[in-house]
Design a protein around this ligand. Structure first.
Ligand code: ADP
Ligand code: MG
Length: 666
C-alpha cells in the first residue's frame, strides 16, 4: 500500500480549487449536471473526483468515471490520484485504456479514455455501474467526447426521469431502478456556455487558477524550418538561460525522433563539467514505459529536454519544466471530401489554435515562473483560429456511426453539440453499405455487428471477417495487426530508398506491400527465441520498425480472441508457402473504397470516388502500372499519394463494384 506522504497532502490543500471545494460539492449534490470551468493547474482533474468520493456523492459503493481524450493522461492521472488517496493504483483508484486495465472490485474512481467508455456503453447502455460521470477536457471536442456527451443526456433522461413522457416512452422504463446519474463537464476554455446550454442551462462553477507568470517571446520573422528553429532555441536556452527543464512541442513522431537524435549527439559532446542534457520523447504511439520516464525527477547537474506532441499540451503535469518551446504546429486528422462524395482521412501538419498556444505556454508556469519561446511571430499568433474546430466537423464518420448503430442510435438523430457535415454523413453511410455493415434501410446487419466488435476501423474488421470465407484468417490477421500498430512498420527515408529496397528484397512480394508485410511477420516470428537485442538488430538491418512489430504481435493476440468470439477461427497453416490470392481477395473486399484504377495518363483514379492518386514512392509494388490497386491510406503532401499498395486483378475489382453498386440508402 502507498505510504502516508504529508508533502502530497500539503500540495493538495494548497491548490486553488481547494477554496471552492464546498461549493462544488453542494452544486453536485443538488444538481444533475454541473459544468466546471477552470484554468489549467487549478486542480480540476485530480481533485473533483476525490471531492465526489469524500463528499459521499457517489453513494456508499457507486463508481465515478472520469474520461480523458488520451491514454497517457488517464494512466498518469490515475497514478497521481491513487497517491493522493494513499492507496495502491488499481485498488480504489484505477484506470482502463485500450489494451490495458488496472481496476479491481474495490475501484471507486476510474480514469478511462473516451474510447473505452464508448465500448462500455455497448455492453451496458445505461452505464449502470456509475453514479457519477465526469467528462474531462471537454473543450478538446474529440468526436468520441461529443458522442459520449450526447449519450449522457439520453441516459440521464432514462435514469433520472424514468416516468417522464419525455424520457423516451418504452425505453424510459429501462432506467427504472437504477440510481440517477450525475454528469460533470470540465473544461479549461470558455466553451462552458455551450455545454451549459446543451444540458438545459446547467450551472457553471468557475475555478480561478493560480499559475505563475510566464514570459512569452515571439520570433521577429517567420521560421520556415521549425525543427531547425527549435534546435537553435534549445541550444540558446541550454547555454544562456536559467535552470529548469525544457519542453518542446512538435507536430509528430518523425520530427520528434529526428530532433531527439540531434540533441542526443550534441549532449554526448558536452564536457563532463558542463550541465548535462537528458532527452525524453513523448508521442501517442510510444510504449507506456518510455513515456513514464518523462515524469521521473531530473538528475542533478542535468537539464531534461522533453520533445512532445500535443499529448503533453493539456491534462498532464510534467514536473520541472520551466522553458517551453512552441513550434506552433500540430498534426490534425482531417477528412478530405472529394467533389462528388468520395473522401478520406489524412493527417496534416497545421497551425495550432490560440487556445492550444495558451495551453502550451501554461506548461511553463506550473511550478514557478516560466518562459515560453514561440517560434512564430506575434502577428501569426493573432492570425490563428481562436480554438480548434470540433473533430466531428473534420473526420470520417464510418466507425463512430457503426458503433452507434450497435446501440440502436442513428448519428443523424442524436442530439449533438455540433452537427457533422451532411456530405460526410452520406459518405460514411455509403462506406458502411459497401462493406455490408448496413442494409439499404440503414439497419445494421449481423455482419455489421460483428465488425463493430473489433476495436478496429470497420474496413479492417471486414477484411478479417472476409478471410473466413477465403480460409486465410491467420494471414489477414498478421497483416491487419501490423496495419493497426500505432507506428509504421516500414521506415521510409527518402535519401536511402535504394539501399532500403535492397535490404528488404528478400521479403518483397511482387503484388505489393500487403503480402510483403506478411513475409516480414513470418520471418520475424522465426526470431521468437532470439534475444531482444538480436531482434532489434535484425529490424535495423532491414529498416523495419521493431516497435511496430512487437506491438502488432500483442494486437494480433487481442484480435484472435475477438475472432474466436465471432466464430472466425485461426487456421493453422502448415508449411511456409502462402497462397497470396485469397489474402488479397479478403483485403479487396474490405478496401473497396480504397481501390483505384489505372488511367491512360498513368495516374490512378478511385474506383468509388473521384480523387486522382499516385502510388507512393516508398511502395514495394513491382508493377507501377498495375491495372487495379488497393491501398491502406492516402497521404496528402504536394499531391495525393496512395500508401500501402497492392495490385489486384481488375476483373475481381469490377465484379466487386458490380456487387456493391446497389441502390444507395435513403
Ligand atoms: P487541472 O485539471 O485543473 O489542470 P490538475 O488536477 O491536473 O489540474 O493538477 C493540479 C496540480 O496538481 C498541478 O498543477 C500540479 O501542481 C499537481 N499535480 C498534478 N499531477 C501531478 C503529478 N503527476 N506530479 C506532481 N504534481 C502533480
Ligand atoms: Mg485537467
Amino acid at each position: 500500500a502507498a505510504v502516508h506522504n504529508p508533502e502530497i497532502q500539503r500540495q493538495r490543500r494548497a491548490l486553488p480549487i481547494t477554496s471552492g471545494r464546498d461549493a462544488i460539492i453542494e452544486h453536485i449534490r443538488n444538481e444533475d449536471v454541473v459544468v466546471i470551468l477552470g484554468e489549467t493547474g487549478s486542480g480540476k482533474t485530480t481533485q473533483v473526483p476525490q471531492y465526489i468520493l469524500e463528499g459521499g456523492l457517489a453513494g456508499d459503493a457507486g463508481m465515478i468515471a472520469i474520461t480523458q481524450p488520451r491514454r497517457v493522461a488517464a494512466t498518469s492521472l490515475a497514478d497521481r490520484v491513487a497517491n493522493e488517496q494513499e492507496v495502491r493504483l488499481g485498488t480504489q483508484v484505477g484506470y482502463s485504456v485500450r489494451f490495458d486495465e488496472k481496476t479491481s472490485r474495490s475501484t471507486r474512481i476510474k480514469f478511462v479514455t473516451d474510447g473505452m467508455i464508448m465500448r462500455e456503453l455497448m455492453s451496458d447502455p445505461l452505464l449502470s455501474k456509475y453514479n457519477v460521470v465526469i467528462v474531462d477536457e471537454a473543450h478538446e471536442r474529440t468526436i468520441r467526447t461529443d458522442i459520449f456527451i450526447a449519450s449522457l443526456k439520453t441516459i440521464q433522461k432514462q435514469r433520472n426521469h424514468p416516468t417522464d413522457e419525455d424520457g423516451g416512452g418504452k425505453s424510459a422504463t429501462k432506467g427504472a431502478g437504477i440510481p440517477p446519474l450525475k454528469v460533470i463537464i470540465m473544461s479549461a476554455t470558455m466553451d462552458a456556455e455551450k455545454f451549459s446550454k446543451f444540458f438545459d442551462k446547467a450551472s457553471i462553477v468557475y475555478v480561478k487558477g493560480r499559475t505563475h507568470p510566464v514570459e512569452i517571446f515571439h520570433t521577429s520573422q517567420h521560421q520556415a524550418d521549425y525543427v531547425e528553429a527549435a534546435l537553435k532555441t534549445f541550444y540558446q536556452i541550454h547555454t544562456d538561460r536559467p535552470d529548469g527543464d525544457v519542453l518542446i512541442f512538435l507536430p509528430g513522431q518523425e520530427d520528434i525522433e529526428s530532433l531527439a537524435d540531434t540533441i542526443r549527439s550534441f549532449a554526448k559532446r558536452l564536457p563532463h563539467t558542463a550541465k548535462q542534457v537528458l532527452v525524453c520523447t513523448m508521442f501517442a504511439s510510444q510504449p507506456a514505459a518510455q513515456i513514464e520516464k518523462v515524469f521521473k525527477t531530473t538528475p542533478a547537474n542535468t537539464r531534461k529536454c522533453i520533445l512532445a506532441t500535443n499529448i503533453a499540451e493539456t491534462s498532464i503535469t510534467i514536473p520541472g519544466v520551466v522553458h517551453v518551446i512552441d513550434t506552433g504546429k500540430h498534426k490534425q486528422k482531417r477528412f478530405l471530401a472529394g467533389d462528388t462524395g468520395g473522401g478520406f482521412d489524412t493527417l496534416l501538419t497545421r497551425d495550432i489554435s490560440q487556445s492550444s498556444a495558451m495551453q502550451r505556454t501554461g506548461r511553463a508556469g506550473r511550478e514557478s515562473k516560466g518562459y515560453c519561446y514561440r517560434l512564430y511571430t506575434e502577428a501569426a499568433f493573432k492570425d490563428m483560429a481562436r480554438s480548434l474546430e470540433p473533430e466531428i466537423a473534420r473526420v470520417g464518420l464510418a466507425s463512430p456511426m457503426l458503433d452507434l448503430l450497435c446501440l440502436d442510435i442513428e448519428l443523424e438523430k442524436l442530439e449533438l453539440l455540433d452537427r457533422p457535415d451532411e456530405s460526410n454523413v452520406v459518405f460514411a453511410l455509403k462506406a458502411l453499405l459497401f462493406l455490408g455493415a448496413i442494409d439499404a434501410q440503414k439497419r445494421i446487419t449481423p455482419l455489421g455487428r460483428k465488425m463493430a466488435s473489433f476495436p478496429l476501423e470497420p474496413s479492417h474488421a471486414r477484411a478479417i471477417l472476409a478471410s473466413k470465407d477465403h480460409a486465410c484468417t491467420r494471414e489477414v490477421l498478421d497483416i491487419i495487426s501490423v496495419l493497426s500498430a500505432s507506428s509504421k512498420l516500414f521506415m521510409d527515408i527518402t535519401e536511402k530508398r535504394d539501399e532500403i529496397a535492397e535490404a528488404r528484397a528478400k521479403f518483397k512480394h511482387s503484388s505489393g506491400d500487403h503480402l510483403t508485410i506478411l513475409n516480414v511477420v513470418r520471418s520475424y516470428e522465426q526470431l521468437a527465441s532470439e534475444t531482444d537485442s538480436a531482434k532489434k538488430k535484425w529490424c535495423r538491418k532491414h529498416f523495419l520498425n521493431e516497435k511496430s512489430l512487437a506491438e502488432a504481435m500483442a494486437i494480433r493476440e487481442q484480435l484472435r480472441q475477438v475472432c474466436t468470439r465471432c466464430e472466425v477461427y485461426w487456421k493453422v497453416s502448415i508449411g511456409e508457402t502462402v497462397d497470396g490470392d485469397p489474402v488479397l481477395r479478403s483485403l479487396a473486399a474490405a478496401l473497396i473504397l480504397n481501390a483505384a484504377i489505372l488511367q491512360p495518363d498513368g495516374t490512378y483514379k478511385q474506383a468509388m470516388g473521384h480523387a486522382k492518386v499516385k502510388i507512393h514512392p516508398g511502395s514495394l509494388l513491382t508493377d507501377k502500372k498495375a491495372p487495379a490497386i488497393i491501398y491502406d491510406e492516402l497521404v496528402y503532401t504536394t499531391q495525393i499519394y496512395a500508401r500501402g499498395v497492392s495490385s489486384i486483378p481488375k476483373s475481381d475489382l469490377m465484379q466487386m463494384l458490380a456487387g456493391a453498386l446497389k441502390p444507395a440508402p435513403q
